[in-house]
Design a protein around this ligand. Structure first.
Ligand code: BTN
Length: 251
């Protein structure tokens, strides 16, 4: 990943640029990074705070061909790669880095990184853009007040001597991501399950799920299906149900 690389001092959104480049024939593994985003996007249409020079904003083009298995668990695979890349750089200091289904990385209960996967079909082949933002250097004051209680950065967690530059971190993440995605595209979620589950914050916990129709359901997260969907048992005794793309909160 990243053998072809486009870097921008400032851009609307690296995902938007990667999607545009995808349409213009970007090769598999093409990488877009930026020092700042003016229209960084999160899941479910939310904005992603992206001030200049502090964090990693990156998007990768993937052309896995015609999928043999489903790729619904792509964000889970990206989470595994991202986590292992960060642990490779920082070692034990980050061993508590957790994966919150489906696509957040949490440190000390606060969000450190987010993942945004977008797909398009070209005939029977799928084309993907995988974007991720990692909070690297941000101080508490540099987070918008509304994020301060919920977000964190590597700088806020690591002793000064252990801090690393964004380029070093990104290189390690891309390296881990490449191997992880190769295994995922060949074998689907089962191929990475053993590296996801031990770090998954949600399994076994009481959760609140927002259904696509806006309804909130209290439930217990029982585990993950073969395709990476979350299996939940409602508190009201109703039948277990699958959660595919809803928002999930720990209670
Ligand atoms: C989320 O947690 O909701 C996903 C956040 C994804 C943010 C990254 S930053 C780089 C890439 N470009 C974007 O506009 N979004 C993703």
């Amino acid at each position: 990943l990243g053998r072809v690389h486009e870097h921008h001092e400032q851009i609307g959104s690296t995902n938007d640029r990667a999607l545009e480049w995808l349409g213009a024939g970007a090769p598999d593994g093409a990488l877009v990074t930026a020092d700042a985003q003016t229209a960084g996007r999160g899941r479910l249409g939310r904005p992603w705070s992206s001030p200049p020079g502090r964090d990693i904003y990156a998007s990768v083009v993937l052309r896995p061909g015609a999928p043999s298995a489903g790729f619904g668990a792509l964000a889970l695979a990206v989470g595994v790669g991202l986590r292992e890349g960060l642990v490779a750089v920082f070692g034990a200091e980050l061993s508590s880095l957790a994966l919150k289904w489906p696509n957040d990385l949490l440190l000390g209960g606060r969000k450190l990184a987010g993942i945004l996967c977008e797909s398009r079909w070209r005939g029977r082949e799928v084309e993907l853009v995988v974007g991720f933002g990692v909070n690297v250097h941000r101080t508490r004051e540099e987070f918008e007040p509304s994020l301060r209680a919920r977000a964190t950065s590597l700088a806020l967690h690591l002793p000064e001597a252990d801090r690393r530059g964004r380029a070093t971190i990104l290189a390690a993440v891309l390296h881990e991501l490449e191997g992880t995605l190769e295994r995922f595209f060949a074998g689907g979620f089962p191929a990475i399950r053993a590296r996801y589950e031990p770090h998954c914050l949600v399994i076994g916990r009481a959760i609140e799920v927002e259904q696509p129709d806006g309804r909130r359901v209290y439930a217990r997260a029982e585990g993950l299906a073969e395709d990476g969907a979350l299996l939940a048992r409602p508190d009201d005794g109703g039948p277990s149900f699958r959660v595919q793309s809803a928002d999930v909160w720990l209670r």
